[in-house]
Design a protein around this ligand. Structure first.
Ligand SMILES: *[C@@H]1O[C@H](CO)[C@@H](O)[C@H](O)[C@H]1NC(C)=O
Ligand SMILES: *[C@@H]1O[C@H](CO)[C@@H](O)[C@H](O)[C@H]1NC(C)=O
Ligand SMILES: *[C@@H]1O[C@H](CO)[C@@H](O)[C@H](O)[C@H]1NC(C)=O
Ligand SMILES: *[C@@H]1O[C@H](CO)[C@@H](O)[C@H](O)[C@H]1NC(C)=O
Ligand SMILES: *[C@@H]1O[C@H](CO)[C@@H](O)[C@H](O)[C@H]1NC(C)=O
Ligand SMILES: *[C@@H]1O[C@H](CO)[C@@H](O)[C@H](O)[C@H]1NC(C)=O
Ligand SMILES: *[C@@H]1O[C@H](CO)[C@@H](O)[C@H](O)[C@H]1NC(C)=O
Ligand SMILES: *[C@@H]1O[C@H](CO)[C@@H](O)[C@H](O)[C@H]1NC(C)=O
Length: 451
């Protein structure tokens, strides 16, 4: 009972902390924008490099990607851009007949910049560009957590009375009001940092930016105000009960226009166009993603968990997905099958959180439910003396999130319990027998359809 109360308290605490928009599993996570004033090779323009680093442990930036916006301080215009593009050119009519006949790339006071798509012609690229605005997290793919573009910016002075459009002597200042264009992120004010250094001549020489500013953007789930997108179901070898996702975890069938497809039915083809709302298989929880945690087996010194992630969304293949799990036994992960794993230690010595993601070209994509999409892993954990117990739901996860969205857990009171009177931990013979019996029973009854 004590443990259940603690678990309940943890859940309550976590929902409180969530409402303040602070992620306890990644307390320092942020997206940093670095703004380098590089050089002024032309008297009328500055070259600026903008880099967007996803410095979060597990949350990634998905399609449709970032859409960076800022407000120019004066009347700057972007003459040229590599590795990204402004959504709108804006009104550049003042430049008619100047600048060698070519109009600037963007004359907006508040430009909105998007990344180019993969496969963009080489002469429009810039290093680390062209990923369609998608960013991996630091852990999952360190080669894809950065986006960058370069632009050439001029300041202009318009003689509104006459026909003489002349350029000011340059006096660029840092723009303000940055926005990543991704729901849930808020950016702070730019602050001056030590200038970025760039390698040259095979790293024998270093050049540096004239001035570098950083902007820190942080995510808050409550700001994103997103309904849950995933839920957790539980089972254990010692009990035939499967604890399903809580009713209405992500929506209620037939309520609020929630549409779903009955299992076995084909979704109507018209609806296969991507929409902002998922189209899910009808269920009592209506979540697009279900994570099932099955306590599968007990050995003398180890125990085994099977995790199955099921895609119940007809409209989305989840590529480069990730799963974050909090469980006190994760510090003793001994063996893991079919997933990548990285321990997360937000509080230094407390090693109870880990991140899982798929193996490239094997299960890094969970296909739509139309294709029976799921991914699964088994994990062997050491039974740490004095901590490990099958009692009171200890073997079930404390918290799970999928792609950074916290999953709805069943109530601890509903967790599968040990059969009455069974002393599964101390009585070794009984343990082995019951293990065999229950695993067999479990496999025979449930294995094919559910797992
Ligand atoms: C941004 O995140 C990184 C990585 O977690 C961290 O080291 C850094 O201190 C954070 N920056 C800010 C301003 O919080
Ligand atoms: C422009 O930048 C200067 C100096 O950084 C600042 O004092 C001024 O308030 C800024 N103006 C606007 C419109 O942001
Ligand atoms: C345009 O303006 C600049 C500075 O204001 C001036 O030096 C120049 O003579 C002008 N050119 C013409 C064609 O009026
Ligand atoms: C450029 O900046 C300097 C120093 O901040 C200031 O004295 C000057 O008036 C500025 N020039 C223009 C055209 O804004
Ligand atoms: C500024 O951002 C860059 C890129 O994320 C980072 O390497 C650097 O440490 C940051 N500087 C400060 C002072 O936060
Ligand atoms: C999901 O991936 C499969 C196989 O690559 C593809 O046939 C299907 O069109 C994709 N579905 C969506 C909704 O992207
Ligand atoms: C946390 O546990 C993992 C194994 O699960 C281990 O590889 C890692 O070194 C541990 N980290 C710390 C800080 O104890
Ligand atoms: C299985 O767990 C449920 C709670 O989810 C409990 O009500 C039931 O008694 C347990 N079954 C056995 C055989 O102990």
């Amino acid at each position: 009972m004590g443990i259940i109360i603690i678990i309940l308290a943890l859940i309550v605490l976590s929902s409180i902390s969530l409402s303040y928009g602070y992620d306890p599993l990644d307390p320092y996570g942020n997206v940093t924008i670095s703004w380098d004033f590089i050089d002024q090779s032309n008297p009328d323009t500055y070259d600026i490099r903008v880099s967007i680093f996803n410095m979060q442990q597990y949350r990634h930036v998905e399609v449709p990607g970032w859409k960076l916006e800022w407000t120019w301080n004066k009347s700057e215009v972007i003459w040229d851009m590599r590795g990204a593009e402004a959504v709108e050119q804006g009104d550049c009519s003042w430049f008619k007949g100047s600048g060698g006949g070519q109009l600037p790339h963007c004359c907006m006071k508040q430009p909105v910049i998007i990344d180019l798509l993969p496969g963009t012609p080489y002469n429009m690229q810039y290093s680390n560009c062209c990923k369609g605005g998608v960013l991996s997290s630091m852990n999952q793919d360190p080669s894809k957590y950065l986006s960058a573009f370069r632009m050439s910016v001029g300041n202009f002075h318009v003689n509104r009375q006459g026909s003489n459009n002349s350029f000011d002597k340059l006096n660029l200042t840092m723009p303000s009001h940055f926005n990543l264009g991704i729901p849930g992120y808020t950016c702070g004010d730019p602050f001056l940092v030590p200038p970025t250094r760039f390698p040259a001549d095979n790293r024998r020489r270093w050049t540096q930016a004239l001035e570098t500013w950083n902007i820190t953007c942080t995510y808050s789930q409550s700001q994103a105000s997103r309904a849950p997108k995933c839920c957790v179901s539980l089972s254990a070898f010692y009990n035939t009960t499967i604890v399903n996702c809580p009713r209405c975890s992500c929506g209620c069938q037939g309520l609020g226009g929630a549409k779903c497809v009955k299992s076995g039915d084909k979704p109507p083809t018209v609806l296969q166009l991507p929409t902002s709302h998922p189209l899910v298989t009808c269920s009592q929880h209506m979540c697009p993603i279900r994570v099932h945690w099955h306590v599968k087996q007990s050995y003398k010194e180890y125990w085994r968990v099977k995790i199955t992630i099921t895609n119940l969304n007809f409209l989305k293949n989840y590529s480069d997905w990730n799963l974050v799990v909090q469980h006190p036994n994760l510090k003793s992960v001994t063996q893991l099958f079919s997933f990548n794993y990285h321990p997360l230690t937000p509080y230094g010595n407390i090693n109870d959180t880990g991140m899982f993601w798929g193996i490239k070209f094997y299960n890094d994509m969970i296909l739509t439910s139309g294709e029976q999409g799921n991914a699964q892993t088994e994990m062997l954990l050491h039974k740490d003396e004095g901590i490990f117990t099958f009692r009171e739901g200890w073997t079930f996860p404390r918290r799970i999130s999928f792609n950074g969205d916290e999953c709805v857990m069943p109530l601890p009171d509903d967790y599968p319990t040990l059969p009455n009177g069974a002393n599964i931990i101390t009585a070794a013979t009984f343990l082995n027998l019951s293990l065999l019996f229950f695993s067999f029973l479990f496999l025979a009854l449930l294995a094919p359809p559910l797992f």
